[in-house]
Design a binder for this molecule. Structure first.
Ligand SMILES: Cc1cc2nc3c(=O)[nH]c(=O)nc-3n(C[C@H](O)[C@H](O)[C@H](O)COP(=O)(O)O)c2cc1C
Length: 414
Protein backbone atom coordinates (compact mmCIF):
# COMPACT_ATOMS: atom_id res chain seq x y z
CA UNK A 1 0.00 0.00 0.00
CA UNK A 2 1.36 3.43 -0.81
CA UNK A 3 2.62 5.50 2.07
CA UNK A 4 0.13 8.24 2.90
CA UNK A 5 1.33 11.00 0.71
CA UNK A 6 2.50 13.29 3.50
CA UNK A 7 4.99 10.58 4.61
CA UNK A 8 7.77 9.31 2.43
CA UNK A 9 9.67 5.98 2.66
CA UNK A 10 10.42 3.91 -0.42
CA UNK A 11 7.60 2.06 -2.16
CA UNK A 12 9.19 -1.39 -2.31
CA UNK A 13 9.37 -1.53 1.45
CA UNK A 14 5.85 -0.17 1.78
CA UNK A 15 4.40 -3.10 -0.10
CA UNK A 16 5.64 -5.56 2.51
CA UNK A 17 3.82 -3.93 5.33
CA UNK A 18 0.31 -5.26 4.84
CA UNK A 19 1.56 -8.77 4.15
CA UNK A 20 3.76 -9.00 7.19
CA UNK A 21 2.08 -10.30 10.34
CA UNK A 22 4.23 -7.70 12.10
CA UNK A 23 6.87 -5.50 10.52
CA UNK A 24 10.33 -6.95 11.11
CA UNK A 25 13.16 -5.03 12.72
CA UNK A 26 14.69 -3.81 9.49
CA UNK A 27 11.31 -2.46 8.38
CA UNK A 28 10.88 -0.71 11.69
CA UNK A 29 14.37 0.79 11.33
CA UNK A 30 13.65 2.01 7.80
CA UNK A 31 10.52 3.84 8.91
CA UNK A 32 11.27 7.51 8.74
CA UNK A 33 11.67 8.87 12.23
CA UNK A 34 10.31 12.22 11.07
CA UNK A 35 7.25 10.55 9.54
CA UNK A 36 6.66 8.54 12.69
CA UNK A 37 6.86 11.57 14.93
CA UNK A 38 4.66 13.59 12.63
CA UNK A 39 1.94 10.95 12.56
CA UNK A 40 2.11 10.36 16.28
CA UNK A 41 2.22 14.05 17.10
CA UNK A 42 5.46 13.29 18.93
CA UNK A 43 3.54 12.06 21.94
CA UNK A 44 3.14 8.38 21.28
CA UNK A 45 3.76 6.82 24.67
CA UNK A 46 3.72 3.07 25.26
CA UNK A 47 0.36 3.48 26.99
CA UNK A 48 -1.12 5.38 24.07
CA UNK A 49 0.09 2.77 21.62
CA UNK A 50 -1.28 0.03 23.86
CA UNK A 51 -4.69 1.71 23.93
CA UNK A 52 -4.71 2.15 20.19
CA UNK A 53 -3.81 -1.47 19.57
CA UNK A 54 -6.52 -2.74 21.88
CA UNK A 55 -9.62 -3.61 19.90
CA UNK A 56 -11.59 -4.84 22.91
CA UNK A 57 -15.28 -5.19 23.38
CA UNK A 58 -16.54 -1.66 22.81
CA UNK A 59 -19.63 -2.67 20.92
CA UNK A 60 -21.87 -0.19 22.72
CA UNK A 61 -21.03 3.46 23.40
CA UNK A 62 -20.75 2.75 27.14
CA UNK A 63 -17.78 0.46 26.40
CA UNK A 64 -19.45 -2.86 27.05
CA UNK A 65 -20.68 -5.67 24.83
CA UNK A 66 -23.53 -6.55 27.19
CA UNK A 67 -26.75 -5.16 25.68
CA UNK A 68 -28.67 -4.95 28.93
CA UNK A 69 -25.83 -3.38 30.89
CA UNK A 70 -25.34 -0.85 28.11
CA UNK A 71 -29.10 -0.12 28.05
CA UNK A 72 -28.89 0.62 31.75
CA UNK A 73 -25.90 2.97 31.30
CA UNK A 74 -27.77 4.79 28.53
CA UNK A 75 -30.92 5.18 30.66
CA UNK A 76 -32.97 2.90 28.38
CA UNK A 77 -35.30 1.59 31.05
CA UNK A 78 -38.46 0.37 29.31
CA UNK A 79 -38.52 -3.28 28.25
CA UNK A 80 -38.95 -2.43 24.58
CA UNK A 81 -35.89 -0.12 24.58
CA UNK A 82 -33.80 -2.77 26.33
CA UNK A 83 -34.74 -5.36 23.74
CA UNK A 84 -34.19 -3.04 20.78
CA UNK A 85 -30.79 -2.23 22.23
CA UNK A 86 -29.93 -5.94 22.18
CA UNK A 87 -31.36 -6.34 18.66
CA UNK A 88 -29.04 -3.72 17.17
CA UNK A 89 -26.04 -5.94 17.96
CA UNK A 90 -27.29 -8.17 15.10
CA UNK A 91 -25.30 -8.94 11.97
CA UNK A 92 -26.16 -6.58 9.11
CA UNK A 93 -24.67 -5.80 5.71
CA UNK A 94 -21.52 -3.62 5.94
CA UNK A 95 -22.56 -2.74 9.50
CA UNK A 96 -24.58 0.21 8.18
CA UNK A 97 -27.22 -0.55 10.85
CA UNK A 98 -30.08 0.31 8.49
CA UNK A 99 -32.71 0.14 11.22
CA UNK A 100 -35.06 2.80 12.56
CA UNK A 101 -37.80 2.47 15.14
CA UNK A 102 -41.03 4.06 16.21
CA UNK A 103 -41.80 3.42 19.87
CA UNK A 104 -45.53 2.87 20.47
CA UNK A 105 -45.47 2.05 24.19
CA UNK A 106 -43.06 0.62 26.81
CA UNK A 107 -43.75 -2.81 25.30
CA UNK A 108 -44.36 -2.10 21.58
CA UNK A 109 -42.39 -0.73 18.64
CA UNK A 110 -42.32 -0.67 14.85
CA UNK A 111 -39.21 -1.58 12.87
CA UNK A 112 -38.42 0.21 9.57
CA UNK A 113 -35.53 0.10 7.13
CA UNK A 114 -33.42 3.25 7.50
CA UNK A 115 -33.40 4.14 3.83
CA UNK A 116 -30.43 6.49 4.26
CA UNK A 117 -28.21 3.50 5.15
CA UNK A 118 -28.89 1.07 2.32
CA UNK A 119 -26.30 -0.21 -0.18
CA UNK A 120 -27.68 0.45 -3.66
CA UNK A 121 -24.59 -0.78 -5.53
CA UNK A 122 -24.02 -4.16 -3.90
CA UNK A 123 -27.66 -4.64 -2.92
CA UNK A 124 -29.76 -3.04 -5.68
CA UNK A 125 -32.90 -5.06 -4.85
CA UNK A 126 -32.59 -4.34 -1.07
CA UNK A 127 -32.67 -8.10 -0.46
CA UNK A 128 -29.72 -8.00 1.92
CA UNK A 129 -30.91 -4.93 3.80
CA UNK A 130 -34.14 -6.83 4.47
CA UNK A 131 -32.13 -9.83 5.64
CA UNK A 132 -30.51 -7.43 8.10
CA UNK A 133 -34.03 -6.57 9.36
CA UNK A 134 -34.58 -10.27 10.02
CA UNK A 135 -31.25 -10.55 11.82
CA UNK A 136 -32.34 -7.68 14.07
CA UNK A 137 -35.71 -9.33 14.79
CA UNK A 138 -34.09 -12.63 15.75
CA UNK A 139 -31.58 -11.13 18.18
CA UNK A 140 -34.33 -8.94 19.69
CA UNK A 141 -36.64 -11.95 20.08
CA UNK A 142 -33.89 -14.11 21.62
CA UNK A 143 -33.15 -11.30 24.10
CA UNK A 144 -36.76 -10.70 25.18
CA UNK A 145 -36.82 -13.67 27.58
CA UNK A 146 -33.86 -12.20 29.43
CA UNK A 147 -35.95 -9.21 30.58
CA UNK A 148 -39.02 -11.31 31.34
CA UNK A 149 -40.95 -11.05 28.07
CA UNK A 150 -41.92 -12.93 24.98
CA UNK A 151 -41.62 -10.94 21.73
CA UNK A 152 -44.38 -11.47 19.22
CA UNK A 153 -43.28 -10.30 15.78
CA UNK A 154 -45.90 -9.39 13.19
CA UNK A 155 -44.30 -8.99 9.75
CA UNK A 156 -45.51 -6.27 7.36
CA UNK A 157 -48.42 -4.91 9.47
CA UNK A 158 -49.35 -2.43 6.68
CA UNK A 159 -48.74 -4.65 3.65
CA UNK A 160 -45.29 -4.27 2.22
CA UNK A 161 -43.15 -4.48 -0.88
CA UNK A 162 -39.42 -3.83 -1.19
CA UNK A 163 -40.00 -0.30 -2.51
CA UNK A 164 -41.82 0.58 0.74
CA UNK A 165 -38.47 0.42 2.55
CA UNK A 166 -38.23 3.37 4.91
CA UNK A 167 -41.90 4.32 4.64
CA UNK A 168 -43.84 1.32 5.90
CA UNK A 169 -42.91 -0.88 8.85
CA UNK A 170 -41.18 -4.19 8.21
CA UNK A 171 -42.52 -5.51 11.52
CA UNK A 172 -44.30 -4.65 14.70
CA UNK A 173 -42.88 -6.06 17.91
CA UNK A 174 -45.08 -6.58 20.93
CA UNK A 175 -43.88 -7.83 24.31
CA UNK A 176 -45.94 -9.92 26.70
CA UNK A 177 -44.72 -11.11 30.12
CA UNK A 178 -43.13 -14.55 30.04
CA UNK A 179 -40.71 -16.58 32.11
CA UNK A 180 -39.24 -18.43 29.08
CA UNK A 181 -35.60 -17.78 28.36
CA UNK A 182 -33.91 -18.59 25.07
CA UNK A 183 -30.90 -20.89 25.59
CA UNK A 184 -28.96 -18.95 22.92
CA UNK A 185 -29.20 -15.57 24.75
CA UNK A 186 -25.82 -16.05 26.51
CA UNK A 187 -24.15 -15.86 23.07
CA UNK A 188 -25.69 -12.53 21.99
CA UNK A 189 -23.06 -10.29 23.60
CA UNK A 190 -20.08 -11.87 21.89
CA UNK A 191 -21.56 -12.94 18.57
CA UNK A 192 -19.53 -11.46 15.76
CA UNK A 193 -18.42 -12.04 12.21
CA UNK A 194 -14.85 -13.32 12.03
CA UNK A 195 -12.84 -12.84 8.82
CA UNK A 196 -9.44 -13.76 10.25
CA UNK A 197 -7.78 -17.14 9.60
CA UNK A 198 -9.62 -20.13 11.05
CA UNK A 199 -7.96 -23.11 12.68
CA UNK A 200 -8.85 -26.52 14.07
CA UNK A 201 -10.48 -29.50 12.38
CA UNK A 202 -13.09 -29.62 9.62
CA UNK A 203 -16.72 -29.19 10.72
CA UNK A 204 -18.18 -32.63 11.30
CA UNK A 205 -21.50 -34.06 10.19
CA UNK A 206 -22.56 -34.17 13.84
CA UNK A 207 -21.68 -30.46 14.30
CA UNK A 208 -23.75 -29.54 11.23
CA UNK A 209 -26.64 -31.55 12.66
CA UNK A 210 -26.39 -29.90 16.08
CA UNK A 211 -26.24 -26.45 14.47
CA UNK A 212 -29.32 -27.17 12.37
CA UNK A 213 -31.30 -28.39 15.36
CA UNK A 214 -30.30 -25.39 17.52
CA UNK A 215 -31.13 -23.00 14.67
CA UNK A 216 -34.47 -24.62 13.66
CA UNK A 217 -34.86 -22.34 10.62
CA UNK A 218 -38.08 -20.59 9.56
CA UNK A 219 -37.61 -20.76 5.77
CA UNK A 220 -34.08 -21.84 4.94
CA UNK A 221 -32.80 -25.15 3.73
CA UNK A 222 -29.41 -25.43 5.46
CA UNK A 223 -27.24 -27.16 2.92
CA UNK A 224 -23.86 -28.19 4.30
CA UNK A 225 -21.01 -28.36 1.78
CA UNK A 226 -19.30 -31.75 1.66
CA UNK A 227 -15.66 -31.40 2.80
CA UNK A 228 -14.41 -32.68 -0.56
CA UNK A 229 -16.18 -29.81 -2.40
CA UNK A 230 -15.22 -26.98 -0.05
CA UNK A 231 -12.15 -25.85 -2.01
CA UNK A 232 -14.15 -25.44 -5.22
CA UNK A 233 -16.74 -23.32 -3.40
CA UNK A 234 -13.97 -21.16 -1.94
CA UNK A 235 -12.49 -20.62 -5.41
CA UNK A 236 -15.93 -19.40 -6.50
CA UNK A 237 -16.15 -17.04 -3.52
CA UNK A 238 -12.69 -15.68 -4.22
CA UNK A 239 -13.67 -14.96 -7.83
CA UNK A 240 -16.84 -13.30 -6.55
CA UNK A 241 -14.83 -11.03 -4.28
CA UNK A 242 -12.44 -10.15 -7.11
CA UNK A 243 -15.40 -9.30 -9.34
CA UNK A 244 -16.87 -7.01 -6.66
CA UNK A 245 -13.52 -5.27 -6.21
CA UNK A 246 -13.12 -4.81 -9.97
CA UNK A 247 -16.51 -3.17 -10.33
CA UNK A 248 -15.82 0.49 -9.57
CA UNK A 249 -19.29 1.24 -8.18
CA UNK A 250 -19.38 -1.66 -5.73
CA UNK A 251 -15.76 -1.16 -4.65
CA UNK A 252 -16.46 2.52 -4.12
CA UNK A 253 -19.48 1.72 -1.95
CA UNK A 254 -17.20 -0.27 0.37
CA UNK A 255 -14.64 2.56 0.41
CA UNK A 256 -17.32 4.98 1.57
CA UNK A 257 -18.26 2.69 4.47
CA UNK A 258 -14.63 1.96 5.40
CA UNK A 259 -13.61 3.45 8.75
CA UNK A 260 -9.93 4.16 9.33
CA UNK A 261 -8.39 4.49 12.78
CA UNK A 262 -9.94 4.11 16.21
CA UNK A 263 -11.08 7.74 16.36
CA UNK A 264 -13.23 7.27 13.29
CA UNK A 265 -14.33 3.73 14.14
CA UNK A 266 -15.54 4.78 17.58
CA UNK A 267 -17.00 8.16 16.62
CA UNK A 268 -19.02 6.98 13.61
CA UNK A 269 -19.66 3.57 15.20
CA UNK A 270 -20.71 1.92 11.94
CA UNK A 271 -19.17 0.56 8.74
CA UNK A 272 -16.31 -1.82 8.11
CA UNK A 273 -12.65 -1.63 9.09
CA UNK A 274 -9.29 -3.37 9.09
CA UNK A 275 -10.00 -4.67 12.60
CA UNK A 276 -13.19 -6.29 11.35
CA UNK A 277 -11.10 -7.97 8.68
CA UNK A 278 -8.88 -9.61 11.24
CA UNK A 279 -6.07 -7.04 11.04
CA UNK A 280 -5.59 -5.92 14.61
CA UNK A 281 -3.00 -4.79 17.14
CA UNK A 282 0.24 -3.22 16.03
CA UNK A 283 -0.29 -4.05 12.37
CA UNK A 284 -3.63 -2.20 12.33
CA UNK A 285 -2.11 0.83 14.03
CA UNK A 286 0.83 0.85 11.66
CA UNK A 287 -1.20 0.60 8.45
CA UNK A 288 -3.81 3.12 9.59
CA UNK A 289 -1.19 5.58 10.76
CA UNK A 290 1.14 5.48 7.79
CA UNK A 291 -0.60 4.00 4.76
CA UNK A 292 -4.36 3.76 4.58
CA UNK A 293 -6.41 6.91 4.05
CA UNK A 294 -9.71 8.04 2.55
CA UNK A 295 -7.84 9.46 -0.40
CA UNK A 296 -8.82 7.12 -3.27
CA UNK A 297 -5.17 7.19 -4.40
CA UNK A 298 -4.13 5.55 -1.13
CA UNK A 299 -7.16 3.31 -0.87
CA UNK A 300 -6.92 1.96 -4.43
CA UNK A 301 -3.12 1.81 -4.58
CA UNK A 302 -2.47 -1.35 -6.67
CA UNK A 303 0.26 -2.65 -4.33
CA UNK A 304 -1.98 -2.22 -1.32
CA UNK A 305 -4.93 -3.79 -3.09
CA UNK A 306 -2.83 -6.79 -4.09
CA UNK A 307 -1.67 -7.30 -0.54
CA UNK A 308 -5.25 -6.99 0.72
CA UNK A 309 -6.49 -9.53 -1.83
CA UNK A 310 -3.66 -11.96 -0.98
CA UNK A 311 -4.53 -11.68 2.67
CA UNK A 312 -8.23 -12.15 1.90
CA UNK A 313 -7.46 -15.34 -0.06
CA UNK A 314 -5.17 -16.64 2.67
CA UNK A 315 -7.89 -16.23 5.31
CA UNK A 316 -10.73 -17.44 3.07
CA UNK A 317 -9.04 -20.75 2.35
CA UNK A 318 -8.78 -21.59 6.05
CA UNK A 319 -12.58 -22.14 6.25
CA UNK A 320 -13.39 -25.48 7.85
CA UNK A 321 -16.91 -25.84 6.52
CA UNK A 322 -19.78 -24.05 4.84
CA UNK A 323 -23.55 -23.91 5.02
CA UNK A 324 -25.72 -22.40 2.29
CA UNK A 325 -29.05 -20.84 3.28
CA UNK A 326 -31.42 -21.64 0.41
CA UNK A 327 -35.07 -20.57 0.17
CA UNK A 328 -37.67 -22.09 -2.16
CA UNK A 329 -38.85 -18.67 -3.30
CA UNK A 330 -37.30 -15.22 -3.21
CA UNK A 331 -39.90 -12.89 -1.67
CA UNK A 332 -39.36 -10.02 0.76
CA UNK A 333 -40.77 -12.31 3.45
CA UNK A 334 -38.14 -14.95 2.58
CA UNK A 335 -35.43 -12.31 2.91
CA UNK A 336 -36.54 -11.22 6.38
CA UNK A 337 -37.13 -14.76 7.65
CA UNK A 338 -33.84 -16.00 6.21
CA UNK A 339 -32.15 -13.13 8.06
CA UNK A 340 -33.69 -14.51 11.27
CA UNK A 341 -32.36 -17.97 10.37
CA UNK A 342 -28.87 -16.65 9.67
CA UNK A 343 -28.64 -14.71 12.95
CA UNK A 344 -29.88 -17.67 14.98
CA UNK A 345 -27.44 -19.97 13.22
CA UNK A 346 -24.60 -17.63 14.17
CA UNK A 347 -25.66 -17.74 17.84
CA UNK A 348 -25.86 -21.54 17.58
CA UNK A 349 -22.34 -21.62 16.12
CA UNK A 350 -21.08 -19.42 18.97
CA UNK A 351 -22.66 -21.81 21.46
CA UNK A 352 -20.47 -24.60 20.02
CA UNK A 353 -17.33 -22.42 20.11
CA UNK A 354 -17.46 -21.85 16.35
CA UNK A 355 -17.23 -18.60 14.36
CA UNK A 356 -18.66 -17.66 10.96
CA UNK A 357 -18.40 -15.24 8.08
CA UNK A 358 -20.52 -14.88 4.96
CA UNK A 359 -19.09 -14.21 1.50
CA UNK A 360 -22.21 -12.85 -0.20
CA UNK A 361 -20.82 -11.65 -3.50
CA UNK A 362 -22.13 -14.55 -5.63
CA UNK A 363 -25.63 -14.04 -4.27
CA UNK A 364 -25.72 -10.33 -5.03
CA UNK A 365 -27.82 -8.86 -7.83
CA UNK A 366 -25.63 -6.14 -9.38
CA UNK A 367 -25.16 -6.55 -13.14
CA UNK A 368 -21.45 -7.36 -13.41
CA UNK A 369 -21.80 -10.24 -10.90
CA UNK A 370 -24.49 -12.07 -12.85
CA UNK A 371 -22.38 -14.29 -15.16
CA UNK A 372 -20.45 -15.65 -12.18
CA UNK A 373 -23.56 -15.86 -10.00
CA UNK A 374 -25.21 -17.96 -12.67
CA UNK A 375 -22.23 -20.35 -12.80
CA UNK A 376 -22.31 -20.74 -9.04
CA UNK A 377 -26.04 -21.45 -9.03
CA UNK A 378 -25.51 -24.12 -11.70
CA UNK A 379 -22.64 -25.59 -9.69
CA UNK A 380 -24.80 -25.75 -6.56
CA UNK A 381 -27.90 -26.81 -8.52
CA UNK A 382 -30.20 -24.00 -7.44
CA UNK A 383 -32.75 -22.71 -9.95
CA UNK A 384 -35.01 -19.66 -9.74
CA UNK A 385 -37.36 -19.05 -7.96
CA UNK A 386 -35.20 -20.84 -5.36
CA UNK A 387 -32.36 -18.62 -4.13
CA UNK A 388 -29.13 -18.97 -2.17
CA UNK A 389 -29.68 -16.05 0.20
CA UNK A 390 -26.40 -16.22 2.12
CA UNK A 391 -23.60 -18.61 3.05
CA UNK A 392 -21.72 -19.12 6.27
CA UNK A 393 -18.09 -20.20 6.23
CA UNK A 394 -17.42 -21.84 9.57
CA UNK A 395 -14.37 -22.52 11.72
CA UNK A 396 -12.64 -21.65 14.96
CA UNK A 397 -10.69 -18.48 15.76
CA UNK A 398 -9.85 -16.25 18.71
CA UNK A 399 -10.56 -12.66 17.76
CA UNK A 400 -11.69 -10.05 20.24
CA UNK A 401 -12.87 -7.25 17.93
CA UNK A 402 -16.58 -6.44 18.13
CA UNK A 403 -17.76 -3.95 15.54
CA UNK A 404 -19.37 -0.97 17.28
CA UNK A 405 -23.00 0.09 17.17
CA UNK A 406 -24.45 3.59 17.14
CA UNK A 407 -26.52 4.66 20.16
CA UNK A 408 -30.05 3.28 19.96
CA UNK A 409 -31.38 6.81 20.56
CA UNK A 410 -30.04 7.82 17.11
CA UNK A 411 -32.30 5.19 15.50
CA UNK A 412 -35.55 6.30 17.13
CA UNK A 413 -37.96 8.43 15.14
CA UNK A 414 -40.87 10.42 16.54
C1 LIG B 1 -27.21 -10.13 4.59
C2 LIG B 1 -25.80 -10.03 5.06
C3 LIG B 1 -24.76 -10.10 4.13
C4 LIG B 1 -23.43 -10.02 4.56
N1 LIG B 1 -22.43 -10.17 3.64
C5 LIG B 1 -21.14 -10.15 4.05
C6 LIG B 1 -20.09 -10.37 3.11
O1 LIG B 1 -20.30 -10.58 1.92
N2 LIG B 1 -18.82 -10.37 3.58
C7 LIG B 1 -18.53 -10.16 4.89
O2 LIG B 1 -17.36 -10.17 5.25
N3 LIG B 1 -19.51 -9.94 5.80
C8 LIG B 1 -20.80 -9.93 5.40
N4 LIG B 1 -21.79 -9.75 6.32
C9 LIG B 1 -21.46 -9.57 7.74
C10 LIG B 1 -21.54 -8.09 8.13
O3 LIG B 1 -20.53 -7.35 7.49
C11 LIG B 1 -21.43 -7.97 9.65
O4 LIG B 1 -22.56 -8.58 10.24
C12 LIG B 1 -21.36 -6.51 10.10
O5 LIG B 1 -20.17 -5.90 9.66
C13 LIG B 1 -21.44 -6.37 11.61
O6 LIG B 1 -20.41 -7.12 12.20
P1 LIG B 1 -20.70 -8.26 13.28
O7 LIG B 1 -21.50 -9.32 12.61
O8 LIG B 1 -19.34 -8.72 13.69
O9 LIG B 1 -21.46 -7.65 14.40
C14 LIG B 1 -23.14 -9.83 5.93
C15 LIG B 1 -24.18 -9.75 6.86
C16 LIG B 1 -25.50 -9.85 6.43
C17 LIG B 1 -26.61 -9.78 7.45
Amino acid sequence: MRMKRKDTPSRSRETNLMAAKRPNQSEERTLSRAGFLKASGGFLTATALGQYCTTGANRYPSGTSDPLQSAQSAGLDSPILQILNAGISAPNPHNTQAWKFRILSPTEALLYVDETRVLPQTDPTTRQVHMGQGCFLEIAAVSAGQVGYDASVDLFPENYKASDAGNKPVASIKLTPSSNKDPLYPFVANRHTVRAAYDGPAITHREYQTLASLASPHVSELRATPAADLKQHLEFHMSGFEAEMKDFNTAEESRLWFRIGNDEIYSKRDGISLAGNGITGFQKWFIETFFLSHDPKDYYDPDGQKIFMDRYRENLFTAKGQVLFITKTNTVKDWVLCGRDYARYQLAAASLGLVMRPTSQLMQEFASMQPLAQKYNEFVGVKSPAKIQINALIGRADVDFLSPRRPLQDMIRA
